[in-house]
Design a protein around this ligand. Structure first.
Ligand SMILES: [Zn+2]
Length: 416
């Protein structure tokens, strides 16, 4: 995986400008810069582990934030209040109706087989991962906990007790408005809903907090960008990406329209790319043969940048992925990144045939998380107190990666 992607990346960067094209010959896929004058480095430096943890902690006060409950609605209100306090502009809500499909009698489509620690062998179709690729090695059972009594903490059990009801839903976004190209934007997303009777701290408090932290940094009064950025906190991801789908259905046709005419205001700037963040913290490796996990973040933990090779926008998405890899090499303080072609099961899917789309995660969704690499996934144990600083730091490194890439893509500068 050296020549082809490099050539592809060169192609994209050439379209971004001659100076950057020359720079692409360096291994970072990003223009070289005088470190002292690198505004993006300045912005990345404004991310902070304790601040990131505090934002995750804030989200966990609403329990698992399951869609269709008061605790979910309160979390949307809280996120909006935070975005406002950061000074993030053009705050809005997407409103849609969620009516679940009638319950199925068979296993949910695509549910990983699981349940066979130590056994990756079997028939021809065994080990096929969702989104593509193959599951290798040990795997453990995965699924969604639906049993309240599996949550031993009675206070948290009470907090999560209101059942979901069908009906109207809302999700919130805000915008960094570009100074010279306000009519174009990147969309940065995470999903704020969760389930499983825990606190949805990792899935997806970690991605939601990442998006909020980027909104905070880009909204600082001395930060200017050429292009716009929309920070979207999707709802109903866990029920089938319904919040992100509603956004695409309602807003795709509004792209690039100036309204009111002559105002230089663009309620829906043209979409340049969509980057989703979903489960950012836990990379303890493959389950052991006996089904147990390493209690520590593995030293070789990484950020997994995925695009979907079977999507219509695979070419552009792949090029965007290499920009993110380069940003990781340049700006992330602790953990490296890897690029993979099997993005699946997250809110970037509704965008993947329309615009370049990526997801960032702690592990590959199909072959790793799908094989049980995250034992907290949709479980009562997905709580703030489960994670150590090594886990939180992986999420912070993903934030550094996205902020670094985005800073270049939108032309961020800092007013002196
Ligand atoms: Zn998730």
């Amino acid at each position: 995986m050296t020549t082809k992607p490099l050539i592809a990346a060169l192609g994209l960067i050439a379209t971004l400008g001659a100076a950057q094209a020359a720079a692409a010959q360096s291994s970072t896929f990003l223009p070289p810069s005088d470190t002292a004058l690198d505004a993006v480095k300045d912005l990345v430096g404004r991310l902070d582990l304790e601040q990131y943890k505090a934002t995750i902690k804030g989200l966990t006060q609403f329990g698992d934030r399951r869609q269709g409950t008061d605790r979910n609605r309160q979390a949307v209100d809280w996120i909006e209040a935070q975005l406002k306090s950061y000074g993030c502009q053009d705050i809005g809500r997407i409103k849609y109706e969620y009516q679940p499909a009638p319950p199925r009698t068979t296993t949910a489509a695509g549910a990983p087989a699981g349940g066979r620690p130590g056994g990756a062998g079997g028939g021809a179709n065994r080990g096929q991962a969702q989104g593509g690729g193959r599951i290798r090695g040990n795997r453990t059972r995965t699924g969604v906990n639906t049993d309240s009594l599996a949550q031993p903490d009675t206070a948290l059990r009470r907090l999560n007790s209101q059942p979901t009801t069908p009906g109207p839903r809302e999700e919130v976004y805000c915008t960094k408005v570009g100074a010279t190209h306000p009519q174009e934007m990147y969309i940065i997303g995470g999903h704020m809903d969760g389930h499983g009777w825990g606190e949805a701290a990792n899935d997806d408090g970690s991605g939601t907090a990442l998006v909020m932290e980027l909104a905070r940094v880009f909204s600082m009064p001395d930060v200017q960008t050429d292009r716009s950025i929309r920070f979207a906190l999707w709802n109903n991801e866990e029920t089938g990406l319904n919040g992100a789908r509603a956004y695409v259905e309602q807003r795709a046709k509004l792209q690039g329209i100036e309204s009111p005419k002559g105002s230089k205001k663009y309620p829906e700037p043209k979409w340049l790319g969509m980057i989703q963040h979903d489960m950012m913290m836990f990379d303890h490796g493959m389950p052991r043969a006996d089904g147990t996990m390493s209690p520590e973040q593995r030293p070789e933990a990484d950020v997994n940048i995925e695009f979907q090779s079977n999507s219509k926008m695979a070419e552009g998405s792949q090029k965007l992925a290499w920009i993110f890899l380069g940003a990781n090499e340049k700006y992330a303080t602790d953990y490296p990144a890897q690029v993979g072609p099997h993005m699946t099961n997250t809110d970037s899917a509704p965008f993947q045939d329309l615009i370049p789309s990526l997801s960032l995660r702690e592990n590959e969704r199909g072959r790793e998380i799908g094989a049980g690499w995250d034992p907290q996934w949709h479980q009562p144990t997905d709580r703030y107190s489960t994670y150590s600083d090594k886990d939180f730091r992986l999420g912070l490194n993903a934030a550094q990666t996205t902020l670094g890439a985005l800073g270049h893509l939108v032309g961020a500068t800092v007013k002196k």
